[in-house]
Write a protein that binds this ligand. Structure first.
Ligand SMILES: Cc1ncc(COP(=O)(O)O)c(C=O)c1O
Length: 404
């Protein structure tokens, strides 16, 4: 493995973040004074490496689009995706070969709302929903809003490859009484950064079609797929298999736009699109016009920034892996292929039953507690790497002092 020093030099690169801001300006002590989001307010005094927000400066193209809309006092309501539909469809076709009819794109305030509203529209009676775990904790929070019983299905471990969907377990579950009505897929899968393989997605689509299980595929991390990995959108695969499916997605993770509130629900086929007509009109009205224009700028003009953010995430992950290998004991890092989050197995790290709690209390580093990710999350923690390389070095050094 490359040494931590070499990885550090590679991650520092030309000395600036994807938006051209010098790394020194991303010092957490400075950001804590400038920013007001959850990341900077929830754990005062701790190094905040939990919630999935980037420290990187916003893409200049997006900043320009937002300022233009403010200068035009264009701050009213929306009633549909308008120019966002072709902007996203062009991006999806060029990046992933996914052809989206523009009228299959519907607005929602954010991806969480997209998940909840699609379940309400396509499975109004509720039922049982399968959720592959460990997974993004927000899934459990969203599902409290709909009349579903959550059935956790742990990912299958593999010896020489990342964990994958447990198709055998899903097949058994779909066949049992009272069966399964929906499945919430995380594609790519947060927290491990798994880019699901085509054959696994095709297997899921076949099972879903056979048992009339609705699949809601959350693809918010897809724009952040690492170089050399092939992201496979679920919608075309579902359509080919005859499975009822929608995709919920946005520019909010890729370009760090969670606060401007704009996301999309995309129907996989005509049948799903017909059912999405039951979406309440308020789903679009509650979406922010600023978010819409920021998202159009992202998909149309923010691709170079995105590519730099992905390259930085990869370099930061390599730095983390090298630091963990050199300075920590008993810690394993999952090999992410998408996004800027890393999943740490701390069960053999000698940090007790609740390693995230110990690290927050005694090292002042705020990670996400693996227990909130559902079955399989115990003894794990998630770390956010969308920051200056020095922040990663500081976090690992603080944890190393706990093990000394
Ligand atoms: C998989 C996944 N889905 C949804 C969200 C939340 O998205 P939004 O803020 O658009 O609701 C996140 C945030 O990190 C996420 O990781």
């Amino acid at each position: 493995m490359t040494s931590a020093d070499d990885c550090y030099r590679a991650a520092i690169g030309a000395g600036v973040d994807p938006g051209g801001t010098p790394w020194a300006e991303l010092d957490p002590a400075l950001l804590a004074r400038r920013r007001t989001s959850t990341k900077w307010t929830r754990f005062p005094g701790a190094l905040p490496m939990f919630v999935a927000e980037m420290d990187f400066s916003v893409a200049p193209e997006i900043r320009r689009a937002l300022i233009e809309r403010i200068e035009a006092s264009d701050t009213g309501y929306l009633d549909g995706p308008g120019p966002l539909a072709p902007a996203f469809a062009d991006f999806a076709r060029e990046r992933w070969g996914w052809a989206i009819p523009h009228d299959h794109v519907h607005l929602s305030t954010d991806v969480a709302t997209g998940v909840v509203e699609s379940l309400r529209a396509l499975r109004p009676e509720g039922g049982r929903i399968a959720v592959p775990t460990p997974v993004y904790p927000g899934f459990f929070e969203m599902l409290v809003e709909v009349p579903f019983e959550v059935v956790e299905v742990p990912l299958a471990d593999r010896a020489d490859a990342p964990p994958c969907l447990d198709l055998a377990a899903l097949e058994r579950l779909f066949a049992e009484e009272p069966g399964i009505d929906a499945l919430l897929l995380c594609n790519p899968h947060n927290p491990h950064g798994i880019v699901h393989e085509r054959e696994h997605l095709a297997g899921l689509a076949r099972l879903a079609a056979a048992s009339e299980v609705l699949v809601v595929s959350d693809e918010i991390h897809a724009p952040l797929t690492h170089r050399g990995a092939d992201f496979v959108p679920f919608a075309p695969i579902a359509a080919a298999a005859g499975a009822l499916a929608v995709v919920t997605t946005s520019a909010s993770k890729g370009w760090n736009l969670a606060g401007v509130k704009c996301a999309m629900i995309v129907a996989a086929d005509e049948r799903a699109n017909e059912l999405l007509r039951a979406l309440p009109p308020e789903t679009a009205t509650r979406t922010s016009i600023l978010g819409l224009h920021a998202s159009i700028a992202a998909f149309r003009e923010g691709r170079d920034w995105l590519d730099r953010a992905v390259a930085q995430s990869e370099a930061n992950l390599q730095l983390l892996e090298a630091l963990v290998a050199e300075r920590l004991t008993g810690v394993r890092v999952a090999r992410s292929r998408a996004g800027y989050l890393a999943w740490l197995d701390l069960r053999d790290a000698g940090l007790g039953e609740r390693p995230q709690k110990r690290i927050l209390a005694d090292a002042a580093v705020a990670l996400n507690d693996g227990r909130s990710f559902g079955l399989g999350g115990e003894g794990h923690a998630r770390i956010n790497l969308a920051c200056a390389p020095d922040t990663i070095v500081e976090a690992i050094d603080r944890i190393a002092r706990l093990q000394a």
